[in-house]
Design a protein around this ligand. Sequence first.
Ligand SMILES: *Cc1c(COP(=O)(O)O)cnc(C)c1O
Length: 373
Amino acid sequence: MSTAPLELPADLLPADGRFGCGPSKVRPEAVQRLAEVADELLGTSHRQPRVRAEVQRLQEGLATLFGLPEGYEVLVTLGGATAFWESAAFALVDQRARHYAFGEFSGKFAAATAAAPWLEDPDVVTAEPGTRPTASPAPGCDVQAFTHNETSTGVMQHPERVDDALVLVDATSGAGGLPVDIRATDVYYFSLQKGFAAEGGLTVALLSPKAVDRIGAISASGRYIPTFLDLATALDNSRKHQTYNTPSVSTVFLAAEQVDWMLATFGDLDAVVAAQRAKADRLYGWAEARSWAAPFVTEPDARSLVVATIDLDDAVPGEQVTAVLRANGILDTEPYRKLGRNQLRVGMFPAVEAADLEAYTACVDHIVERLPG
Ligand SMILES: *Cc1c(COP(=O)(O)O)cnc(C)c1O
């Protein structure tokens, strides 16, 4: 028997119903700004000053936000994090990588270096979904691969130097929302459709001098590297505020707007992180106060400040809850499919307002109170 989905009272609804964990909500103000400058920007050459100025605005904004240490560079390139894993296997891993695999995304990079015939099999340290592995020295490995925020499970792992290997950090969902000391990293890389509230297809990597040296050394070694994935080529272009092939200019623009908005609204990354912590505390606190919900991640310090995973009691079928939410314009809080849990997964990225998260929890309460049975 099918009935019309429950209609949520209008005064309960969030102002913006986008709570996905990737892509993130894009702020309407940034889209408005893009529309205002579209005539001079979209459909114009990415080799000309107008577009290169936007790439430079993004690079300089990120350098400020992350307090970029002396000698570090902001690489902008194409392909997103998934392409960057392939670039890293070609252009950053010399012989063998240590990976920490504790969910879907961290596991995918490990699979990429495992599949590369020119590399030794990776040294993979795993942890159960919902937990995180402890970093340790990895003799014989020249890369240590961390994932700042495992988006599939809502677990944070903070990068650290434990040996001489290059520290690579997939910060696709964590960047701009989690605390980081860039000095503890050599390659802090991310796509722009999560914390930076733009769209997919571009990658940023904050590179240490040591990482730049590694790129140069592998490039000079004669290893075959497809040009599109070659980070030496990408770096040459990025230093000129360009990309090797045609970028999505709107993505560059939206990300630059988001960085400038973060700096203007919060001041610095510490202040953004403080706001993230406040939002996360409210959401996890809400779950802990419900008899039918609980944070999936049991170790409080490992709970993500950008992606909340909330387990539901068997009596509260998550797919019914998210179906009602979706019918009312509250989108994308289904759990990560392969995790297979009765769960809500809520994106709390910087663009998502605290008041909207509050409204989200009120809507879920309203639905659960009215579930049949
Ligand atoms: C979303 C995500 C990716 C994949 O990013 P793409 O831009 O789609 O390639 C990789 N790693 C993490 C941690 C992510 O959250």
